[in-house]
Design a protein around this ligand. Structure first.
Ligand code: FMN
Length: 223
């Protein structure tokens, strides 16, 4: 009856199409429906609270922002949004912080801005705010993440260049090791050549000495 009432409520309130839910029970579903309804313009996903943080629900603002249909992402990790310019360390740190807080206390929340990609591959600065919720019936925990595109130019540029700097750092490190290797190889080859030249010089000097000596010695004996 409760499920039927909820379904009817969603249908009549016109938000049934704004939310797609995957695999959790009615109690939490009601709570999430309320949240989705109170901020229809805010992108929102619900994920499990353990790795790989499978997506259980998305609202239409999220599908609009990220370009995926709900059926394409349910059961998948939010990592599908990541790409070349995503700062993986920052994303991992965000997840670690949420998990640690959840393990230590009843609630957890965290905020981060990451470079993410829409389904068509367009990068955008994605501001995430995540908090934990508990399904009262099962006691199971979930994360609700509200998100939006970061429109503050300064922050957006910083996030994008943060990754560029990381790339530059990698390039510089690689270049440094390549130069060091080149320098060492050159030094080794030349030092080897130098010893060969030295040996040759020494040999020819000995030969010269012997020749001169053989010329000089008979005269010396004569004298
Ligand atoms: C609730 C939650 C929501 C997340 N949402 C996003 C997201 O929208 N975009 C993103 O790039 N990473 C997001 N992440 C982070 C990734 O799912 C993943 O945990 C992180 O990249 C670390 O992955 P790893 O443990 O495989 O290194 C989210 C993580 C959690 C826990």
């Amino acid at each position: 009856l409760r499920l039927l009432a909820l379904l009817l409520h969603q249908l009549t309130s016109g938000h049934a199409t704004a939310m797609t839910v995957w695999g959790f029970n009615v109690d939490l579903r009601g709570e999430i429906a309320r949240r989705f309804r109170s901020k229809p313009a805010t992108a929102c996903i619900v994920t499990e609270a353990e790795p790989p943080f499978a997506i259980c629900a998305v609202n239409s603002a999220w599908t609009h922002l990220c370009g995926y249909d709900a059926c394409e992402v349910l059961g998948k990790s939010p990592k599908i949004l990541q790409g070349q310019k995503t700062n993986y360390d920052k994303a991992a740190e965000f997840t670690r912080s949420l998990s640690t807080q959840l393990a230590e206390g009843p609630s957890s929340s965290a905020t981060v801005v990451l470079v993410n990609y829409t389904k068509s591959g367009a990068p955008f600065a994605h501001r995430l705010r995540t908090e934990a919720v508990t399904d009262k019936l099962s006691g199971k925990k979930y994360f609700i993440t509200e998100s939006e595109e970061e429109l503050n130019l300064a922050i957006r540029d910083a996030v994008m260049s943060d990754v560029d700097q990381n790339e530059n750092l990698w390039e510089s490190t690689l270049l440094f090791f390549f130069c060091a290797l080149l320098l060492l190889t050159t030094f080794y080859v030349f030092s080897d050549d130098a010893s060969t030249v030295d040996d040759m010089d020494r040999r020819s000097w000995h030969e010269q000495l012997r020749t001169h000596a053989s010329l000089l010695l008979p005269r010396a004996r004569l004298a």
